[in-house]
Design a protein around this ligand. Structure first.
Ligand code: DX5
Ligand code: ZN
Length: 218
């Protein structure tokens, strides 16, 4: 079976107590950090100074999801902060292959994200440049939305292409992941699962992570 990673999203955590919120998810594989600029998406969260501080105190690796415009300019600085992975939206990049190479050269895993309506086919040739493909299962911008089943065939095609070409690329899904929807995403071929409300919305985030991990094993 594919390895199953559960990456809670701090978008659903208490932004005034981020260090304490990280301590509640010590059994997670990584913490998903949503960076939004109120331009690429209609919401604003945190930027580089906060990510740099999180990197210094987090007990788990940082999985940074950049929902920002002009990402070719900004993403390398996040890699320089020492985070485990940096994921940029292909819709916001002028030169995705160049950017993925730059992230890897700076020591981060390179992730590329697709909005729900963005096709994967034009990017299958560049899978070897990536460590992770993030297939959004909601429109980026907000936590607490419903999982879009319409995206499942895209996950399936991406998984087939990855297996067919023998590259080692994780498929991350983000948005509306619950104990119910995670099984469909896993069955389609996803193996890294972001969950905001389904982790931080529970009284025990650690128990929620354990339950999601069981359910996400395909
Ligand atoms: C949405 C963010 C997600 C969000 C997911 O744009 O990218 O990471 O936190 O939240 P849930 O799991 O509540 O859908
Ligand atoms: Zn995200």
């Amino acid at each position: 079976p594919l390895q199953c990673c559960i990456n809670p999203s701090i978008l659903s955590a208490d932004f005034v107590n981020l260090e304490a919120e990280l301590a509640r998810i010590g059994n997670a594989d990584a913490v998903h950090v949503d960076v939004m600029d109120n331009h690429f998406v209609p919401n604003l969260t945190i930027g580089l100074p906060v990510v740099e501080r999180l990197q210094k105190v987090s007990p788990v690796p940082l999985d940074v999801h950049l929902m920002i415009s002009d990402v070719d300019r900004w993403a390398p600085s996040y890699a320089d902060a020492g985070v485990a992975s940096v994921t940029f939206h292909v819709e916001a990049s002028d030169a995705p292959i160049k950017l993925a190479r730059e992230l890897r050269a700076r020591g981060a895993k390179a992730g590329m994200a697709l909005r729900p309506a963005t096709s994967v086919e034009p990017y299958l040739h560049m899978l070897s440049e990536l460590d992770m493909l993030l297939i959004m299962t909601v429109e980026p911008g907000f936590g607490g939305q419903s999982f879009l089943d319409v995206v499942l065939p895209k996950i399936r095609r991406a998984r087939e292409a990855i297996e067919g070409s023998g590259v080692d690329v994780a498929i991350q899904v983000d948005g509306g992941i619950t104990e119910e929807t995670i099984t469909r995403a896993a069955e389609a071929g996803a193996n890294v699962f972001v969950a905001g409300s389904a982790v931080y919305g529970k009284s025990s985030p650690a128990d929620a992570i354990a339950s999601l991990r069981d359910a996400g094993q395909r």
